[in-house]
Design a protein around this ligand. Structure first.
Ligand code: CA
Length: 709
């Protein structure tokens, strides 16, 4: 009998797509038992963070510090988008599943790169105007022969893993509100868990669970209170607690308060707890949102829920009274750590606010925490409760006085996944070193198709003075930091020129992989950070790499393509350390791989050629204000783009008012993602934006070399 089982196993290994031999019929046959036992299938990467604990550690070791010098490109696939690529691929039984911009999904033979199928959910491209930070998607989930994707327009879609056809779809959001989905679903006990985004524009956050079989809504948990009554949702048990933590007044009653669950989740099968990361307030400005000293639960919190019912178990709020866009949506990781000689089951978290938290995974109790980057908004965490000691001046909304906070709203760490290596005991964090001038607006007016933060982005735009500009640029950097969560110390770091670099992967081969906004994909020794391998992808890298084994060969996959959080709003800052054109691709590496990438696209030289600026200063000032409120979050701070979307200072529409109106008011480029603003702004305002861009282009032309090109 034994030899028969051995033969079947050999067949299974030799023919990874011949799944009948493996005792499973059809692709993507992932279930609770397989996910819970992922450690016994080291070659697979079956969920977003590889395992439910989301450690992004692979037990594979054929590629290691001795062999990695032989790493080469095995195959690559060009993707049919030119927007940011943030997804982590999933590999099950020889098939690789990946989502790309506009929520499209592809399946490939993981060994050869042959495309198996492609799925386009046909997202209305004009919906892109509601996406705060590019039309990205961070990944799919697989379960019982199906692939699940959250689409930008709020739909949750189940796809047949055999041929890419749609099985069911359900709308998870109120489409009269600016909700988007960019995060990866997670599947626990047959329920597809999905959140959403939109807190910059003004929505109320929640997470939902749908039956993986047929898309039936099983439960929903809102992260902010409903001022008008219960929701008939799992969060109703917490409504009184939430209500008591908000001011009875404030814009939250109209906006919903924010608190979107737009990215991270993790699950502990032993404790049977689902952890969700909750986002920032809407609007950011606390005094306008919920005036006073209230905490505003569950903004900027990790909340633990029962996965079958959504029942509340515990929460830990990292930034009470959140007002800096300090989300707690960053990567949540479950691990067992030895802390002061004691084995503890813990949550590890490095959110935007700059502090690294270690919490008890069963109770949410604070164990320890320390800042992993310089911070100036707080002086430290209370050693008993973990509550930050906030510097009074940092509360710009209450003082009415601008405050330059470190970190800024891009976060010390954003959505880019970190990873944990049990052998080194280190967490590898892609870090941003940034600051931001928070300048409060006095009144709140909710605007359509615009950020509604209560923070003046026009006044806070990059200053025109070249010296001030140079200073701001010098202080904007990035780093790969290896953090010891047990001792709360930095073990090593690799400096980066700019922020917004890729997520990380670590392996039993003693390696850490990370790509950069400058297009370098590299491997480092996990123990000391020494670079042991690199290649140039000719485009920015923001996604996290993953690794898998098919037929005894270890592969490393990395999605590349500039875009995302740091490519859009921050303009010139976003170009620092990056600024490469978007070339959206899936790159797959193996030892002795010998495929080569095509030559990078030529960079066309451009010259500013605006018409003379003849508008009155008041018109330019209005246009500058409206640009900052409506346009800058995609087309760049002070009209300087990172290179992803058109730099409007160079637009042919500056010389052609009819073309300008056709695009901005009539939606002629809606299929490219440029929505009409006719319902959001009157003609006088879009005319003023046109006048401002002409003025800005003339100013930058006159400044010559000192101005950003
Ligand atoms: Ca945010």
């Amino acid at each position: 009998m034994r030899w028969m089982r051995m033969a079947a196993l050999a067949l299974c290994l030799a023919a990874p797509l011949g799944l009948a031999a493996c005792g499973r019929s059809g692709p993507a046959k992932v279930d609770a038992a397989r996910l819970a036992g992922a450690e016994s299938e080291p070659g697979q990467w079956m969920s977003y963070g590889r395992t439910y604990d989301e450690q992004r550690f692979s037990p594979l070791s054929r590629i290691n510090s001795d062999t990695v010098s032989r790493l080469g490109l095995a195959w690559f696939a060009d993707l049919d988008t030119a927007r940011g690529q943030e997804a982590t691929p999933i590999m099950v039984d020889g098939a690789l599943y990946v989502s790309t911009a506009w929520s499209m999904v592809k399946a490939y033979d993981a060994r050869t790169g042959r495309e198996l199928w492609s799925f386009d959910p046909q997202v209305n491209r004009a919906w892109g105007v509601h996406a705060c930070c590019d039309v990205v998607n961070r990944g799919v989930a697989v379960w019982n022969g199906r692939v699940y994707v959250g689409a930008l327009d709020g739909r949750l879609i189940a796809i047949d893993a055999r041929d890419g056809t749609k099985v069911w779809e359900t709308q998870t959001v109120d489409t009269s509100k600016p909700y988007t989905i960019t995060g990866a679903p997670r599947i626990v006990k047959g329920l597809v868990i999905i959140g959403n985004g939109g807190a910059e524009l003004g929505v109320r956050g929640y997470v939902s669970a749908y039956d993986a079989n047929d898309g039936t809504l099983k439960w929903r948990f809102y992260t902010t209170p409903n001022p008008n009554g219960p929701d008939n949702a799992a969060s109703d048990s917490q409504r009184d607690r939430m209500l008591a933590s908000w001011s009875p007044q404030g814009a939250w009653r109209e906006t919903g308060g924010g608190g979107t669950v737009w990215d991270s989740m993790a699950y502990d099968p032993t404790l049977d707890l689902l952890y969700i990361g909750v986002g920032n307030g809407a609007p950011w400005n606390k005094q306008l949102r919920s005036p006073g000293d209230s905490d505003d639960l569950f903004l900027s919190s990790i909340v633990a829920l029962k996965p079958e019912t959504g029942e509340y178990v515990w929460h830990f709020q990292e930034t009470p009274g959140e007002t800096w866009d300090y989300t707690a949506t960053q990567h949540i990781m479950v691990a067992t750590l030895n802390i002061s000689g004691q084995e503890r089951r813990v949550i590890m978290h490095a959110p935007k606010n700059g502090y690294f938290y270690v919490l008890d995974a069963a109770t949410g109790a604070f164990i320890q925490g320390k800042n992993y980057v310089p911070v100036n908004w707080a002086t430290g965490l209370d050693p008993q409760t973990g509550r930050p000691n906030v510097v009074p001046a940092a509360r710009f909304a209450q003082t009415g006085v601008p405050f330059v906070a470190t970190p800024g709203p891009g976060g010390a760490h954003n959505w880019q996944p970190m990873s944990f290596n049990p052998a080194t005991g280190l967490v590898y964090i892609p870090v941003n070193l940034t600051a931001f001038p928070y300048i409060p607006e006095r009144t709140f007016t909710e605007r359509r198709q615009a950020f509604n933060t209560g923070v003046d982005f026009a006044a806070g735009a990059m200053p025109r003075d070249p010296a001030v500009r140079a200073g701001a640029m010098a202080n904007t950097q990035g780093a790969l930091i290896a953090w010891n969560p047990a001792t709360q110390t930095e073990a090593w770091r690799v400096a980066r020129d700019g922020p917004g670099n890729g997520g990380t992967l670590t392996t039993a081969g003693g390696l850490v992989f990370q790509g950069t906004a400058a297009g370098e994909f590299a491997a480092y020794r996990a123990d000391n950070g020494r670079k042991v391998w690199s290649m140039q992808a000719h485009t920015g890298i923001i996604a996290a790499p993953m690794t898998y084994d098919v037929g005894g060969t270890q592969y490393v996959a990395q999605l590349v393509g500039s875009g995302g959080t740091f490519a859009l709003p921050p303009g010139e800052i976003g170009r620092k350390g990056g600024g490469l054109p978007n070339v959206s691709r899936l790159l797959v590496f193996a030892l002795d791989g010998n495929a080569t990438l095509p030559a990078p696209p030529p960079v066309a030289a451009r010259t500013l050629n605006p018409p003379p600026s003849t508008a009155r200063p008041q018109v330019v000032a209005l246009g500058r204000q409206r640009y900052a409120q409506y346009c800058g979050v995609c087309h760049g701070d002070a009209a300087v783009t990172s290179g992803l979307l058109p730099d409007l200072r160079y637009s042919a529409a500056l010389n052609d008012a009819a073309l300008w109106n056709g695009i901005v008011r009539e939606g002629q480029l809606a299929s490219n993602g440029m929505a009409s603003f006719a319902d959001a702004l009157p003609q006088t305002d879009t005319d003023a934006v046109h006048a401002y861009l002409i003025w800005q282009a003339n100013e930058d032309k006159r400044a010559g070399a000192a101005a950003p090109q």
